[in-house]
Design a binder for this molecule. Structure first.
Ligand code: SF4
Ligand code: SF4
Length: 450
């Protein structure tokens, strides 16, 4: 038996020593096993420990004292759900609220030069941040970052439709000695050589996320840019190359529904060919679903199966061609206490008129304050921390210790067999990544000692 990742000591401390009930034992449902050519990887989602067992050790798992002591195997009558809830409750009660805000998602404008059919900002007023508001944003960041380096995310609308406020905020932070780096969610259309140079040197831009919805004809139709000349697809893919050549990472998000699933595979092939030399390009697929909450109900069950099969085929292709963002993803060393920016306590969304929110999907409501004031709507903050109630399947779901879905999250898929299968695939992929890394480190250590 080899230990690939040690357990989280806090969680082990909370669980203490297992009590022997004298009855039979079983592998806990929060354990994920994965066969490799060298044996079986066994990952404990609750304690975060990962082991490599020989096939014989795995077959004899129920009689292993170590696996019992470390909560891989538990007594027949033990409830995994109760164990996970105990760990979560103790860790949540010990959690200290972050003292400073170090992550700022800043909407420079809610205006956009594209008209995507799925945009959740459809129907929202188009508001553009004024220079005076940008100056106040700098002041707000200075007053709340505690002198720490901050991460900025430029968001919109299309953030480049109002890039002068990006200049203004970056210059303001620099002049006050506040360190920062930035990321951007953009459709990529407006980048040119001058803006890319500015982004790299003045905005400290490290990564841009760009969405592509299909190959040239499909993309040009679904984005419906306001410009009449040229092919937006060619412009945007050219700009992706421009960014990569300037050393800025690009994450391409492929928005997928049943209509474009096959076409996205064509697009993935194009990207693999065109960007084969680019190590800073990552691609991932994202399922589009009804943002009004209809979620799983929008498709018939067979259509969901079709969609998930297409998603998994696409993910496998991206992974095999070294494009997958998940190829670097490992396993968290501790269970998460928050879900995302909305409940993290160290992150805010600043919309163009200076209102403060917690979730980037709300640009005209759900505010808890304003940059002009220190007053906070505490009920609003608390409402963004409410977790979803468990469903019947949670009881023996491997993912329960890690599942942090928020009631108000609009990006949440209703839990289903497909969702759980996808989560297991992601976990298995992360296990493989960790194992690969461990083997490389071990080989490097061995060759050093020879
Ligand atoms: S993935 Fe679904 S079943 Fe599993 S823990 Fe989360 S909500 Fe429960
Ligand atoms: S949509 Fe959901 S995951 Fe995204 S920021 Fe809002 S709450 Fe978080």
């Amino acid at each position: 038996m080899e230990q690939i990742i040690d357990a989280c000591s806090t969680t082990l401390g909370i669980l203490g020593k297992p009590k022997s009930s004298g009855g039979g034992s079983r592998l806990a449902s929060y354990c994920v096993s994965l066969q490799t050519e060298d044996g079986v990887l066994l990952f404990n989602v609750l304690t975060r420990e990962m082991l490599l067992l020989t096939f014989a050790e795995f077959d004899a798992a129920l009689s292993s004292a170590y696996l019992q002591e470390r909560w891989f195997t538990i007594s027949e009558d033990q409830s995994e759900k109760e164990l996970a809830e105990l760990v979560h409750w103790v860790r949540a009660s010990r959690r200290r609220e972050p003292k400073h805000i170090t992550k700022y998602t800043i909407l420079t404008t809610t205006d956009c030069n594209a008209r995507c059919f799925y945009c959740y900002e459809r129907g929202c007023a188009r508001v553009t941040m004024q220079p005076e508001t940008a100056d106040k944003v700098v002041g707000y960041i200075q007053n709340h970052c505690g002198g720490n380096k901050v991460k900025l995310r430029w968001f919109g609308g299309e953030p480049l439709m109002n890039f002068p406020v990006i200049d203004r905020i970056c210059d303001g932070l620099r002049s006050r000695g506040i360190g920062f780096e930035s990321h951007m969610i953009s459709n990529g259309y407006l980048f040119d050589d001058e803006l890319v140079a500015k982004a790299s040197h003045s905005w400290e831009l490290k990564e841009v996320q760009v969405t592509l919805d299909g190959t040239e004809a499909v993309y040009n139709r679904s984005k419906a840019f306001i410009y009449r000349d040229g092919s937006p697809y060619r412009i945007v893919t050219g700009n992706i190359l421009r960014l990569l050549n300037a050393g800025i990472s690009v994450v391409v998000r492929l928005n997928m529904d049943l209509n474009n699933a096959d076409n996205l595979m064509e697009l993935a092939k194009e990207l693999a060919e065109r960007f084969s030399e680019q190590k800073q390009l990552h691609v991932y697929a994202h399922l589009l679903f009804d943002t009004e909450g209809a979620g799983e109900k929008r498709y018939a069950p067979s259509q969901w199966s079709q969609l998930y099969e297409a998603l998994h085929r696409l993910e496998d292709f991206l992974s095999d061609h070294g494009l997958s963002a998940a190829r670097f993803r490992g396993l968290r060393r501790e269970l998460p206490l928050s879900h995302c920016m909305a409940d993290s306590g160290n992150s805010v969304v600043i919309v163009p008129d200076g209102h403060l929110g917690l979730c980037e999907h709300y640009t005209d409501r759900e505010f808890f304050g304003h940059i002009d004031s220190d007053e906070q709507d505490k009920d609003m903050v608390a409402s963004w921390r409410e977790r979803c109630d468990p469903v019947a399947e949670c009881g023996d779901c491997f993912y329960y210790p890690e599942c942090t879905e928020l009631k108000k999250c609009t990006a949440r898929m209703e839990c289903s067999g497909h969702v759980r299968f996808a989560l297991r695939r992601d976990t298995e992929r992360a296990m493989q990544n960790e194992y690969r890394r461990w083997r490389m480190e071990k080989a490097a250590d061995q060759s050093k000692n020879e």
